[in-house]
Design a protein around this ligand. Structure first.
Ligand code: KE4
Length: 428
């Protein structure tokens, strides 16, 4: 595959945009090489600036669950744009998508729309702190909740229970209120609750992490978090920016049958437009301005174009719930096919999969948390990534990302993908 024009476009972009990208993962830093510039996308395919057609497993990092340029979404945005793009006052569309989202997701009465998953998670934590009157939160190593300061925290040194900043610009003052636990390690959560009695506002978690590759919650883990939060009067926040409206109509709460107190959304809920959201029961949501004292706001929150894209997307999923089963079957088919050919070539690998989220890890050990995900051979992943790109398949450019399947993928696309793995596996 030729990527000539992408390379020159990247050089030009680097003159005006830090790293040539508006979000770091797009820069291919963890796989090497230069990013592919996309001209357009349709169904399961990306069409790049060099005229290559690429089977897409990024799906814009989740939103494109029905495939790119899905007609009902495009029509909704096109129609809406003819009447203006933003008014700064309420519109009926916001109520329509709010009513539909609340009807699809268990355990929530109200939802507030924002402009990104980061904003949703940041606001959810502020709401949890405002509602409980407590300041500390527990997050999990390897889980990503966007780039607000409270989440850019790594495990503290030694036995220290609170975190330390993992980015310059994040202050110690912020870091001291974020405690780090281990995913699938309920003991580490219990210890933090013990060491910080009565101080923890919330536990925030990706119920099915997609930012370490995919990690599956072990039996009893999520249920254990629910029990610990109940015992300590803390709130359980499910970050469903990736899993919401993807794992099931009602997301991870429905799939795992575990109740969260606050749920955050992004990606699918916006149909590819900048939308985030957070939702909860009335008792909690009524603490939000203008009803209550917890402040949260946004010029473009509930933007008519974004809401019309999200509404069209949610209507599709609501009216065609068979999509979730179709996606599950396609992802299982891909899983089995890749496992077969990687084993044939005796490539040490683990494949984690749930619903339409899947990831391949080049390690012999089970990948069940951040450390085991980090044990993957990144050099092998780099070769895998570029080998697949060369075959016209665009995987997420990092071993620490989930692949996202879209329902426009055909079984021919999946077979082509499996055959490409077979073709390159010998060189891994
Ligand atoms: P955004 O602010 O990027 O819309 O959402 C932040 C976020 C929150 N929670 C979870 C579970 C997420 O996965 C994300 C964002 N996901 C990344 C992919 N790992 C977006 C890609 C990027 O950063 O460019």
């Amino acid at each position: 595959m030729i990527y000539q024009r992408s390379s020159s476009l990247f050089a030009e972009a680097e003159k005006y945009i830090p790293g040539g990208v508006n979000s770091p993962v797009r820069a291919f830093k963890s796989v090497g090489g230069t990013p592919v510039f996309i001209r357009r996308a349709e169904g399961p395919y990306l069409y790049d600036e060099d005229g290559n057609r690429l089977i897409d497993y990024i799906a814009s990092w989740g939103p494109m669950i029905l495939g790119h340029a899905h007609k009902p979404v495009i029509d909704a945005v096109t129609e809406k744009a003819k009447n203006g793009t933003s008014f700064g006052m309420p519109t009926e569309t916001e109520t329509e998508i709010a009513r539909l989202a609340v009807s699809m997701v268990p355990n929530v009465d109200k939802i507030r729309f924002v402009n990104s998953g980061t904003e949703a998670c940041m606001s959810a934590v502020r709401l949890a702190r405002g509602y409980t009157g407590r300041e500390k939160i527990i997050k999990f190593a390897g889980c990503y909740h966007g780039h607000s300061d409270a989440f850019l925290i790594q495990a503290g040194s030694g036995a220290v229970t609170f975190g330390s900043p993992n980015s310059p610009g994040v202050t110690q003052g912020t870091a001291k209120d974020t405690l780090l636990a281990g995913y699938n390690d309920l003991e580490s959560v219990k210890n933090l609750f013990e060491a910080n009695k009565g101080e923890i506002a919330a536990v925030i978690i990706e119920p099915l992490p997609g930012n370490m590759g995919c990690i599956l919650p072990e039996k009893g883990f999520l249920e254990g978090l629910r029990a610990l939060c109940d015992e300590n009067d803390s709130l359980l926040v499910f970050d469903e920016v990736m899993t919401g409206f993807r794992l099931a109509k009602g997301g991870a709460q429905e799939l795992f049958n575990v109740r969260a107190d606050i749920v955050t959304f992004g990606k699918v809920i916006g149909g590819g437009m900048p939308v985030g959201a957070f939702a909860s029961r009335n008792e909690i949501m009524n603490h939000l301005a203008p009803l209550g004292p917890v402040y949260q706001a946004g010029t473009l929150s509930g933007n008519p174009l974004a809401m019309s894209a999200g509404l069209a997307m949610l209507k599709e999923l609501e009216q065609h719930p068979e999509i979730f089963e179709s996606l599950e079957e396609k992802t299982l088919y891909l899983h089995k096919g890749m496992a077969r050919v990687l084993s044939k070539h005796e490539v040490p690998h683990q494949i984690n999969r749930m619903g339409s989220m899947i990831s391949v890890h080049f390690t012999t050990e089970e990948v069940r948390d951040f450390d085991s995900a980090a044990s993957g051979n990144n050099d092998t992943f780099k070769k895998f990534f570029h080998g697949m790109l060369n075959e016209g398949i665009h995987l997420p450019p990092s071993a620490f990302e989930s692949w996202f399947l879209n329902d426009a993928l055909s079984y021919e696309d999946l077979d082509y993908t499996i055959n490409a793995v077979d073709k390159i596996a010998g060189s891994l």
